[in-house]
Design a protein around this ligand. Sequence first.
Ligand code: EPZ
Length: 420
Amino acid sequence: MDYLQIQGPTRLSGEVRISGAKNAALPIIAMMLLAKNRVEIDNMPEVVDIKTLLKLIENLGGNFALEDNHLSIETHKITNTKATYDIVKTMRASILVLGPLLARFGHCEVSLPGGCAIGQRPIDLHLKALEQMGASISIHAGYVQAVAEDGLKGAEIIFDKITVTGTANIVMAAALAKGKSTLINCAREPEVVQLCEVLRDSGVSIEGIGTSQLTIYGTDRRLIEIEPFSVIPDRIEAGTYLCAGAITKSTMSITNANPHHLSAVITKLEEMGCTFDITEDRIEIRPTEFIKNVNIITQEYPAFPTDLQAQFLALSTQADSTSSIEERLFENRFMHVSELQRLGADIKISGNTALVAGESELFGADVMATDLRASSALILAALVAKGETNIHRIYHLDRGYERLEEKFISLGANIKRLKE
Ligand code: EPZ
């Protein structure tokens, strides 16, 4: 296995280009199951999770070519509707094929995703909504078996909780259903917005895009023609690099970003003392020598994103006093804390809130990545820790950060990818 070796402390400079958003690309790839044509997509991030879902689509009978961040994909020859455990167990977002497969074929079997490091992450809301659309759902031998032989029917769906992939799954199911669906309490993340926009541009009638209530008029199983488009920039990758500038007190820039998707994040960094020069697709961060402490509560978009909680927790170790970080979406998303403590951070967990002491002098050590975003928090801490830090199990990072060490090296970081 690979590990990252980072020498700190370090300053950064220059600029990095933000890649396409993994969490937009995943539902988009599942949506290809609704297309009758070969679809051309640009700014596709070449990260492990994307390759995993593409392999699943290939196993179903689709085919694709992914090169230089361009994906060319077609699924009209698909006959197999079983998403098997061997792939789904490696990437829970595979559940995104459930809605499209069921809507198009009237039946499918999708392996239950199983547990996840950051929390139990059930899919009950996905299944309940599909049943309301006329599907018969049963769980057998670790698989979701879904049947709707006459196709899905439009329905009024109220999500008990805001769920990002749940909203995406049901939007795709409703797109091919017969009649009108009204979805209430939807996720409003930019990644869900792009999915809806591509469907709308492909002739599916959708009202309320960007709001928590969507009205979708299904095509009654008629496949759609999807024109070429580009994946939106990854706001979580962008936020991660902004935190790198803030924690190393470096002036640096990110390009190909969408500042509108980062309002809550930029506001928090301003609260901590950073200033910015922002244009349409470029953000320059000007850090502060004295980082102010901060209080953060993670909530659904457009509030502060849970996927940047770990990164801000690492940044808070360098603030002038104690910060409070409350994780409201997942029940076990503080695994980076024990690793940060190995670097010298002083953090106390009480329930789902972390109290992070400021002015922590960090020292390099061996640490272990536990999940995708926690791993990026360890890199941020390693950039300011005195001495050598080795971050192990970085396959977690490769799931969602494209060319990570290449980008950090271009910013001046002393970082190497080595073999255990
Ligand atoms: C998406 O996960 C993202 N993944 C996650 O990013 C992100 O952390 C999360 O949304 C929250 O923003 C992708 O988009 C591929 P949820 P998702 O359904 O859709 C509960 C990353 O690092 N819930 O919005 O799985 C659930 O337990 C990943 O890129 C149910 O109870 O998250 C959680 O507490 C990590 N029943 C809350 O809702 C359900 O049926 C939000 O989950 C579904 C969800």
